[in-house]
Design a protein around this ligand. Structure first.
Ligand code: MG
Ligand code: ZN
Length: 203
């Protein structure tokens, strides 16, 4: 597909001579990307424990300003484990959206997988189910989109969906030794900086 032009947030593509408009998105993992993650083996279950990371609002704002939809894709098996109801998880996400919005940051949609790893669902990352659902709901061109996550399964899911992926890693959370061939950034704001520098080659 060849990009013809942009109208507002939409890229206009020509496909077999017919013009189509599609969105580009940046998919964000939740825990460890937007909010401080719980200690290993624990889950964020309460609003009081949901702490937005300091660089998240500005990073999300700049993605929106560059014309990307911002979509959260998060595995939450705490639901399957009975630690949080699905209504409780949705309430937590409502709080997240409200707090971000207070800082001028808009998340366009939140997708979650409530299943356990052995439920063999199509949505739990590293499977791409949440990305495919979002693409169909929001007319997203996945090959023009990005995934940012702090776990290797985020990178795998993004790649499986056809996106380009960035792994957040630093000294405290190093890249797994066998998985060093993906793009790595030290923080969400660094990852966003990289995406904005590579806008044209994202096509
Ligand atoms: Mg995470
Ligand atoms: Zn699932």
């Amino acid at each position: 597909m060849e990009t013809l032009r942009r109208v507002g947030d939409l890229d206009i593509y020509s496909f077999r001579g017919v013009e189509h408009s599609v969105n580009r998105a940046v998919f964000l993992d939740r825990d460890g990307v937007i909010n401080r993650k719980a200690p290993e083996g624990e889950y964020i279950l309460l609003e009081k424990d949901f702490e937005i990371l300091p660089d998240a609002p500005a990073a999300i704002r700049s993605l929106s300003e560059a014309g990307f939809l911002v979509i959260v894709v998060t595995n939450q098996r705490c639901v399957a484990r009975g630690l949080l109801s699905e209504a409780g998880l949705q309430a937590l996400h409502k709080t997240m959206l409200k707090r971000l919005q207070t800082s001028g940051a808009v998340v366009n949609a939140v997708y979650y997988c409530p299943h356990e790893a052995d439920n063999r669902c199509a949505c739990r990352k590293p499977k791409p189910g949440m990305f495919l659902k979002a693409a169909s709901d929001h007319a997203i061109e996945l090959t023009a989109s990005w995934m940012i996550g702090d776990h290797w399964s985020d990178v795998e899911a993004g790649n499986a969906a056809g996106c380009r992926s960035i792994l957040l890693a630093d000294a405290a959370h190093p890249v797994p030794p066998t998985h060093d061939h993906c793009k790595v950034a030290a923080s969400l704001s660094k990852a966003v900086e990289y995406i904005l520098q590579h806008l044209e080659s994202a096509r």
